[in-house]
Write a protein that binds this ligand. Structure first.
Ligand code: ACO
Length: 179
């Protein structure tokens, strides 16, 4: 038997294949290859990887979880209404994707990844909040964000189109630096 030893590190170009594979396995939405290129090269995107260092050699550095996010201008975001008279330099961190491979779920790995994002957002002086969308049927993710004290903002009808079918999204926000 072996005890997992989870570590967090930045995502790198050598993660490309595994990152794409996990996204394809666990999300109902397809992402462009440009998205993955931008993630692994850190172009306009910040990201964290989780790895299990107790796995055998080649796998000890392989992604078992990830979170990707981007910085956006508060006034250009869809939650500018929540931020009141926001100064023009105010920013937000938008979580794009969060995932943990099945065999590593329910051990707090996603919680740790989201905490990294919150810590990063808090370190940016102009940043007012972390926000994200989650598809309305995704109870594990909704419970995770509620447990982490994200606030439910609104429901967006038909936000996602999957195989020609519309699905609603919930928008969640976590205020930092006094909101
Ligand atoms: N059922 C109910 N609640 C759950 C479940 C579940 N299956 N999984 C997680 N939660 C909730 C619980 O409140 C849990 O706290 P608890 O263990 O004290 O009860 C809390 O989330 C924290 O769980 P973690 O162990 O930190 O979460 P995990 O590492 O298992 O990852 C995740 C959760 C990311 C949702 C995982 O199930 C996953 O990868 N799912 C597929 C992809 C996905 O849905 N990603 C999020 C989409 S939203 C977005 O990307 C912006």
């Amino acid at each position: 038997s072996h005890r997992p030893s989870i570590n967090f590190r930045p995502i790198r170009p050598s993660d490309l294949e595994v990152l794409e594979q996990i996204h394809a396995d666990i999300f109902p939405i397809r992402y462009e290859s440009d998205f993955f290129q931008n993630v692994v090269n850190g172009r306009d995107i910040v990201s964290w990887a989780a790895v299990d260092q107790s796995r055998p050699n080649e796998q000890s550095d392989e992604l078992i979880g990830f979170v990707t996010a981007r910085i956006v201008l508060a006034k250009e975001s869809e939650i500018s209404d929540l931020l009141g008279s926001s100064k023009s330099d105010q920013t937000l961190v938008y979580i794009l994707t969060l995932g943990v491979v099945k065999t590593y779920r329910n051990r707090g790995i996603a919680t740790s990844l989201v905490r990294e994002v919150i810590r990063y957002a808090s370190s940016i002086q102009t940043c007012r909040a972390v926000y994200l969308h989650v598809i309305s049927y995704n109870n594990p993710a909704i419970l995770l964000y509620k447990k982490m004290s994200f606030k439910y903002v609104r429901r967006l009808y038909g936000f996602y189109l999957i195989n020609g079918e519309p699905y609603d999204a919930y928008l969640f926000v976590y205020y930092v630096n006094g909101g």
